[in-house]
Design a protein around this ligand. Structure first.
Ligand code: JFZ
Length: 592
């Protein structure tokens, strides 16, 4: 009897929690997947020093000034008395995001410095109680977002809190012993409750830098969010190994190929998140727009940051860049919203591709002089037109199929002039959902691109794994020489090919790391050679701008007839002094 009672209770309990949640994962993620593009706002007391403390420039990211300059808590807190951003206009913030084509705003409600940008009963260290401004910035922005149909999301630093003796990471002004649980119970949970209760529906909580938070502690934060607002998305950096609703890449790090699952690239427009008066290293609108298109082509979201000043203004340079991206979005947003990543595994030299339903959006960065070729698309094409052309005038094309090679080619007779200087979008309407050939196709320029993440990765006879979601897109910690990679691909044009071995810099973008001297063997079509990984050419990569691609010239491989081939990369010895072999891809380049 007792047992039955227990079972019934458990059943009722799980049924009610399920109903209470009343929302599927797909439903929860819908707006985020459709939106693809959001505005990140890093704003807090750190915008007052703006990268300078007592007349000295403090290096690195602006919102870390308290730690980087080891400012005593008592001194840093004094900044609150000066915080008076009278020029803050929530309407202008939301309008800027809207005009850029962004669908959500994620603002720092509390960053690592511990200062809350909202009215909090859990800590007087907040914008209403501790500053002359006295207004709840989070409320002003949230209200405006709700009015304008923009999703409002809150960044919240759950572990690092330099203001609290029991928060993590203030090791210059507080004793080492701390009661982290007490901090979670007395500050984090009450503040999260306030954020999820007082500001209407919240799109997402963006947790960050979990540090040593335990599984149970992280889970309790997730449970809290789910309990109050089941529809709120939980971002990647919660910690404790607890599953979240999507993952965040490293800052400014874009995967090298289409990557499954829900993920987001948090990115800066210059080299800081919080405002720094001397950081003028701005990305160009061209780079920003292409990165947006490239991230969508790989299946991810782009969360692009601005750092308002102490007066409450978004730097004019940021405004200009976002407005320019917005001009592109006004014509081309159909190629971004609600799209999925490219059906192809390769990175193309000319641009990239997104897809939605039966359409491909071919985004061309470098407009071709003559005809344009898309290799390896299996579908029947119905119509092709420029997204920028309101008349959707049909563009001529021919599809051909090489039966012997089982290869499909689409040839498009593009107009002479590019419709857009940054990314021109060509819409290709198909007979069904886009389908790419199984084996990697040779590109029209003769190149065969063999990306690391799609390789058949093995350790002896067993399937093995390498992690490619690192900064720069190369393998992370490839130090085990027993791990080999293999690819299958088609060669259409017989001849001699040079093997271009590409790795990349990785690590903090202020001090990129790279390691060579690995000895590797390449085998293909009955030929093989051994080579040492050396930096023969360093190449700027506009899709991953902080980390250069490093090319190693391999030897020559011959393919005497058209056909399907394999190539394998077999380490002989891997150097492990630093970051290991950050292998990214191999290119077969025709030798003329
Ligand atoms: C964190 C913060 O420390 C930083 O101030 C900023 O808010 C940024 C968006 O997030 O910094 C990180 C966190 C994680 C990684 C890099 C920087 N990471 O996983 O590579």
């Amino acid at each position: 009897m007792k047992k039955i009672f227990l079972i019934v209770t458990v059943l009722i309990y799980s049924a009610t929690t399920l109903f209470a949640q009343g929302i599927t994962q797909d439903e929860r993620m819908q707006w985020w997947r459709d939106g693809r593009f959001g505005l990140f706002i890093h704003w807090g007391l750190y915008s007052i020093p703006a990268g300078e403390w007592k007349g000295k420039e403090v290096p690195k990211i602006g919102e870390w000034i308290m730690k980087n300059a080891q400012i005593p808590v008592a001194e840093y807190r004094e900044l609150a008395k000066q915080f008076n951003p009278v020029k803050f206009d929530p309407k202008a913030f939301v309008a800027l995001a809207k005009n850029a084509g962004m669908k959500y705003i994620t603002i720092t409600s509390k960053h690592h410095d511990g200062f809350a940008m909202f009215k909090s009963n859990a800590s007087p260290y907040n914008v209403v109680d501790a500053t002359p401004y006295k207004k709840d910035i989070i409320k002003m922005l949230a209200d405006e977002c709700h009015k304008q149909g923009m999703k409002i999301c809150f960044y919240y630093s759950q572990s690092r809190d330099w203001n609290e003796p029991n928060g993590l990471d203030n090791d210059w002004d507080y004793p080492a012993e701390r009661n982290f649980q007490k901090y979670l119970d007395e500050k984090v949970k009450p503040q999260l409750t306030e954020l999820l209760t007082n500001y209407g529906p919240i799109g997402m909580i963006w947790f960050d830098t979990p540090m040593s938070i335990t599984k149970e502690q992280a889970q309790s934060l997730k449970d809290l969010v789910r309990k109050i607002q089941p529809a709120t998305i939980i971002s990647g950096r919660l910690g404790g190994g607890v599953e979240t609703d999507y993952s965040s890449t490293s800052d400014n790090a874009i995967p090298s190929i289409v990557t499954p699952g829900d993920w987001e690239v948090p990115a800066t427009l210059n080299n800081t998140w919080g405002f720094k008066k001397n950081d003028h290293e701005w990305k160009s609108p061209e780079t920003t727009t292409r990165l947006l298109f490239d991230i969508a082509s790989k299946g991810g979201n782009y969360l692009l940051n601005v750092g308002p000043t102490a007066e409450g203004l978004i730097p004019q340079e940021s405004v200009n860049i976002l407005n320019r991206v917005g001009e592109w979005m006004k014509i081309n947003s159909e190629a971004i919203y609600g799209t999925k990543g490219s059906p192809f595994t390769s990175e193309f030299d000319w641009g990239n591709i997104t897809q939605k339903g039966n359409k491909l959006y071919v985004g061309i960065y470098d407009w071709p002089k003559g005809e344009f070729y898309l290799e390896g698309l299996k579908n029947k094409v119905q119509k092709i037109y420029l997204l920028a052309d309101p008349a959707k005038k049909a563009i001529k094309f021919t599809e051909s199929y090489d039966k012997k090679l089982d290869h499909h080619r689409l040839k498009i007779a593009l107009p002479a002039a590019a419709p857009d200087k940054i990314v021109s979008v060509v819409v290709v309407e198909l007979d069904g959902a886009p389908q790419a050939e199984q084996f990697i196709a040779q590109q029209h320029n003769g190149k065969v691109n063999l990306p690391g993440p799609v390789a058949d990765i093995r350790k002896g006879d067993e399937k093995a794994k390498l992690n490619f979601v690192t900064r720069g897109g190369g393998a992370n910690g490839y130090t085990d020489p027993k791990i080999t990679l293999g690819w299958s691909f088609k060669i259409e044009k017989p001849g001699t090919y040079s093997v271009d071995i590409v790795s990349n810099e990785t690590g903090n973008h202020e001090v990129p790391q790279w390691e060579g001297d690995h000895i590797i063997k390449i085998k293909s079509n009955g030929q093989e050679f051994e080579t040492k990984v050396t930096a023969d050419k360093k190449e700027y990569n506009q899709r991953n701008q902080y980390w250069h691609n490093i090319h190693t010239n391999g030897k020559i491989i011959r393919f005497d007839k058209a056909g399907t081939y394999t190539l394998s990369l077999i380490p002989v010895q891997l150097s492990t002094k630093n970051v290991g072999f950050t292998f990214r891809e191999i290119n077969l380049l025709p030798v003329k």
